[in-house]
Write a protein that binds this ligand. Structure first.
Ligand code: SF4
Length: 686
């Protein structure tokens, strides 16, 4: 028996969590926590289930050629040589007939790591062979990234905080942050539990009483989705009207704060953003808003942890920007135990080498949320006429907004290829499906989503059942274009890892390989702490040297539920990574619609009934789960469930509960980022 370090490298909010594989007789018998990481940096149940994921009977084991209509699921196994020849020819034809930008790189972070990074490897291959159209931003945090980059300039990447600083907090505010289910790094969950055990009060502002909230015994402040900015304005109004804001302190650190206060007080538009004004919009009682403003200001330091949810709304940029303003206004900005209001993971990780994308300077660009529109419309609305897609580490057809549009987009393509472990909806719409290796079959260096550490894993299991690594596949395709050396630079996978380690800050590489973990020196970083303490001596990398709040669009509240319409949220589930992994195991397939008892009763629905959920984009059906843990007027359908055909032919609705049947590709007003919460839906019995 051997105990071998491992990590998943999945796009889950952890990315690199320290695990240990028990290997017996050439098989992984179980996966546990890696004690070399200490008590707080830990994986999740999905990581401990990695061996089952690897051994799933639903894994793809041979290259597949589509033999029926797109989406029919009709495929025939073919040899690797034939599959690679077909992919090479399909892409080369497209390039010669329609130009390089006619190929869309539709890859994402299904596999992360210094080498086996599906998004980077796909771009590297496509850039090496002529270029392509690439997607800008991410479905995860594009709106927040947009706003925070403008606020912090070049220092955006050091504006987060280390989870270990939480022990210094006097009050923790989770704003739309369901940490124990959605993960925001490998350390935050255990540190929150530690904070609770130390008696630090925790408040959760969320439309749902989440599992995180219940497990931590946190207080709940329910709010309508997409109205966070209204509550934030009202908090600022209250802080200002009670004279609790040290304006000199704030204005030494921020440009634009005075203009924000003018807006909040109504000096600009005649509308004072009072707690009473906000109550009508966000559903939080005015008295509770007053109390929260006072508590936030008094309990120094207050740590604000924004989740991704509040920026996946129609005006998500504004919520992200106002998180920063609130921490400035309350004197908690950049203080140990406080935060800047930025996303927690915006901090450097230890230096290591990693695979490059090659020269993509000539590529065309499309906002990620609009990929299907760009295929369907092409020029002049979009820069290129897309005729082919290459997908690895992503399930865009199901995971992108508006599944019906995504299907139509795929149906127009001349050629589509993907790397996959399972027959996902995206794979079903491709011409060629190439079976990819699992995390246990790839040596790599893990770069965590958050935290000052690196992980190592050897290739624990061989690739002997027909699957290949993404790197192997791209190298073989580049060879067919006469560009193998340009893609590989003459290196094997293990030689790349050697070169990354040589370029890293890790001194004792042998210990790193044996224990599987390396920690950087600083593990209690309060982002932008130097600037916060002395803004004159340590100016920010912005034009003004200060945080720039921008006098732009103070317009960010939206609809409250009304009439027949309810507001949909589409949160993550702890037992799956988005729509990856084949909805495996079977228990994960059931995706229920969580609904307040009163809303269900008003529609004649009982627990377990099947309901249609309909939005402007489409509809899906799901079983109803009655709940007292969700605010009235809001329903929750977790993201990631695979869609089913709208008509099963037997009169019964297919109970898929596919959230992206209901979302839109329009995007946020300011940065065209994805909107996954606060969507108006109608619910009726199926
Ligand atoms: S959080 Fe992600 S990377 Fe970490 S153990 Fe869970 S599934 Fe694996």
């Amino acid at each position: 028996m051997a105990m071998v370090p491992v990590f998943c490298g999945r796009d889950c909010g952890g990315d690199a969590c320290p695990l240990l594989a028990e290997v017996v007789g050439g098989k992984v018998s179980r996966i546990t926590h890696n004690p070399a990481a200490g008590a707080f940096v830990r994986g999740c149940a999905k990581g401990y289930d990695l061996a089952h994921f690897h051994e799933s009977p639903e894994r793809l084991k041979a290259p597949l050629l589509r033999t029926g209509p797109r989406g029919s699921g009709e495929f025939a196994p073919i040899s690797w040589d034939e599959a690679l020849d077909r992919v090479h020819r399909g892409l080369a034809d497209c390039r010669s007939r329609h130009g390089d930008a006619s190929i869309l790189c539709l890859s994402s972070a299904g596999s992360t790591g210094a080498l086996h990074n599906t998004e980077r490897l796909t771009r590297r291959y496509l850039n090496t062979t002529g270029g392509c159209t690439v997607l800008d931003g991410s479905y995860s945090s594009a709106a927040a990234s947009y706003a925070l980059k403008r606020a912090f300039g070049k220092d955006y990447g050091r504006s987060g905080f280390d989870a270990a600083t939480m022990v210094k907090s006097s009050f923790i505010v989770l704003w739309g942050a369901n940490i124990l289910e959605a993960r925001l790094g490998a350390e935050l969950s255990a540190r929150l539990v530690e904070a609770r055990n130390r008696g630090i009060p925790i408040l959760s502002i969320d439309p749902r009483r989440t599992r995180t909230l219940a497990a931590l015994g946190a207080e709940w402040l329910p709010i309508y989705p997409g109205t966070d900015a209204a509550l934030m304005y009202a908090l600022l109004f209250q802080l200002h009207s009670e004279g609790r804001i040290d304006r000199r302190h704030v204005e030494a650190r921020a440009e634009g704060f005075g203009e924000l206060i003018e807006f909040v007080t109504g000096a600009r538009d005649g509308i004072a953003k009072t707690p009473e004004w906000a109550e009508d919009i966000c559903g939080v009682e005015a008295g509770a808003i007053v109390g929260l403003a006072r508590r936030w200001a008094d309990a120094k330091p207050t740590m604000l942890i924004p989740g991704y949810s509040i920026q996946r709304t129609e005006a998500g940029e504004e919520a992200a920007r106002l998180c920063v303003a609130l921490q400035l206004a309350t004197g908690n900005f950049g203080v140990p135990g406080g935060s800047t209001g930025s996303l927690n993971n915006r901090l450097p990780t230890p230096r290591t080498g990693s695979i490059g994308e090659g020269d993509g300077s000539g590529n065309a660009h499309v906002p990620i949320v609009r990929w299907a529109d760009s295929i369907l419309e092409g020029p002049p609305n979009y820069p290129s006429k897309i005729r082919a897609v290459y997908s690895a580490g992503g399930n865009f057809l199901n995971q992108g907004a508006d599944i019906a549009k995504n299907r139509r987009a795929f149906e127009t393509l001349d050629f589509a290829v993907c790397h996959e472990l399972f027959m996902t909806p995206t794979a079903r719409w491709c011409d060629i499906v190439l079976p990819a290796a699992s995390p246990l079959q790839k040596e790599d260096i893990g770069i965590p989503w958050a935290g000052n550490y690196l992980l190592y894993k050897p290739r624990i299991l061989p690739r002997e059942s027909g699957e290949r690594s993404d790197y192997e596949i791209f190298a073989a395709l580049a060879e067919r274009a006469g560009l193998r050396d340009a893609f590989t630079e003459g290196r094997s996978e293990s030689q790349w890892i050697e070169s990354f380690l040589a370029a890293s800050e890790i001194g004792d590489v042998e210990t790193f390989r044996r224990t599987g973990i390396y920690f950087g020196d600083a593990r209690e970083r309060a982002g932008l702490g130097d600037f916060a303490a002395d803004p004159g001596a340590c100016p920010l990398g912005t034009a003004s040297g200060k945080v720039e709040l921008e006098d732009r669009r103070w317009t960010a509240w939206k609809r409250t539920p009304g009439g027949e319409s309810l507001l949909l949220i589409t949160p993550k589930r702890m037992d799956r990574v988005h729509s990856q992994g084949g909805d495996y195991p079977a228990a994960v397939r059931e995706n229920r619609l969580e609904m307040n008892e009163a809303d269900a009763s008003a529609r004649g629905l009982s627990d377990g009934d099947t309901a249609w959920i309909e939005s402007a984009s489409g509809k899906t059906a799901a079983k109803v789960s009655l709940s007292r843990s969700i605010i009235r007027g809001v329903v929750s359908l977790p993201e990631g469930s695979w869609f089913a055909e709208p008509d099963a032919g037997d009169g019964e609705p297919p109970i898929a509960g596919a959230a992206n049947a209901l979302t839109s590709t329009e995007g946020t007003k300011e940065s065209t980022s994805c909107v996954m919460h606060g969507i108006a839906v109608a619910i009726r019995r199926a």
